[in-house]
Design a binder for this molecule. Structure first.
Ligand SMILES: *[C@@H]1O[C@H](CO)[C@@H](O)[C@H](O)[C@H]1NC(C)=O
Length: 371
């Protein structure tokens, strides 16, 4: 009796030891897996996110997590490095495919991680603060700002998009020799003899290492945010004209809306015109309008529609810039196409009978009535 129970105890211990070893293994394994960063989680996007969603997420987080803005968080730099790595991989088709297949270790093995990608090389319009040497910027001279119109479609303003711009930027590079620099006017006192001085103004310069301009191709990415307004500006700090003794100016891109074939925009409202036949206008109709995101809007009328009548569709206008969930309205104004050729006497009589309309000679001010 006693023997049997002690046997069963050892058996149990053996079992739990087994389970314990298994758990330990699992733990070690999960730690190994954890050391691989989940780039999708870091960016907060789903695994099937498209490039636009990835860029959008990155741009938003880069603004929030930038170490210059989080000076009291000791982990700010590593968080930002994780973010940059996530963006580097997921924004590149080849790297993303590899990462999806076999993870970060795989990319590292193939030398595809962190190969000198400068995360600040593109993309940084409108961040509203300076990267890097942020402290000492008193009275430095600046090159001219370049202001450029950027033509975008109404579709882009409705849905949002990223636009790539390559520009040829003159960049200062070291060159042999020295040059006069930081020239300024200084007052100097010259002695003209005992008790007599003269103040003279002189141009004084420093000697600086020589530099030359080299043009570099720069890739900038502009986010066309949903709901942006015509004339709104996106600023790229330091992408403007260079300055020999100071900072480059900024590049300012001004959003311009290309005319659209179907819609006209006023504020957040959209306007469109639809012509229907007289028969449809009298008896009702159903038609489709393709919206800016590709959706088909069905417009149905079973009442009489008169020329100039206007239909208002709530929530089908442009998204509001500050809050994309709010939309303006879509106004559809109807025009009626009348038959060009006349009718037989017989038909004319029937029409008069059907329509039962009295003659009207109404002089009016042209204000439209809403349906
Ligand atoms: C609709 O028609 C009016 C009057 O002809 C015109 O002024 C307006 O530009 C048209 N709207 C669109 C979106 O074509």
């Amino acid at each position: 009796m006693f023997d049997l129970s002690s046997f069963s105890i050892t058996l149990n211990m053996g079992k739990s030891l087994c389970v314990y070893v298994l758990l330990l293994n699992l733990l070690v394994l999960s730690v190994l897996v954890l050391s691989e960063r989940n780039f999708y989680n870091i960016l907060g996007v789903s695994r099937n996110a498209n490039l636009n969603q990835i860029k959008k997420a990155y741009r938003k987080l880069a603004k929030e997590l930038h170490p210059d803005k989080n000076t009291d968080d000791p982990n700010a730099a590593s968080k930002f490095a994780d973010l940059s790595a996530a963006y580097e991989v997921l924004s590149n088709k080849e790297k993303r495919e590899k990462y999806d297949k076999c993870g970060e270790e795989c990319l590292k093995k193939d030398g595809m991680m962190g190969e000198g990608m400068d995360p600040f090389a593109s993309f940084f319009g409108d961040f509203g603060f300076h990267f890097g040497n942020g402290d000492s910027r008193h009275e430095t001279r600046k090159g001219a700002n370049i202001v450029m119109d950027l033509y975008v479609s109404l579709e882009e303003l409705y849905n949002g998009n990223f636009v790539e711009i390559t520009h040829n930027k003159p960049v200062l590079k070291p060159a042999p020799g020295t040059r006069r620099c930081n020239c300024r006017q200084e007052l100097q006192t010259k002695s003209l003899g005992p008790g007599r001085f003269q103040m003279i103004q002189q141009t004084v310069c420093d000697e600086c290492p020589n530099v030359k301009f080299v043009t570099e191709d720069r890739l900038l990415e502009v986010e066309i945010e949903a709901g942006m307004q015509d004339g709104q500006e996106v600023k790229f700090v330091a992408e403007g004209e260079p300055h020999l003794d100071g900072d480059p100016g900024d590049l300012v891109l001004r959003i311009k809306t290309q005319p659209h074939k179907v819609f006209e925009r006023k504020g957040d409202d959209l306007y469109t015109n639809v012509t229907v036949s007289l028969a449809d206008a009298l008896t009702g109709f159903s038609l489709e309008i393709q919206h800016l995101d590709g959706r088909k809007l069905t417009i149905q009328r079973d009442k009489v529609t008169w020329p100039g009548a206007r239909l208002r569709k709530k929530g089908e206008g442009m998204p509001h810039y500050e809050n994309n969930n709010l939309h303006g309205a879509l106004y559809i104004t109807f025009d009626v196409e009348f038959p060009k050729e006349g009718f037989s006497e017989e038909d004319e009589e029937s029409l008069k009978k059907i329509l039962k309309q009295k003659s009207v000679n109404n002089v009016y001010n042209g204000l439209r009535e809403e349906l």
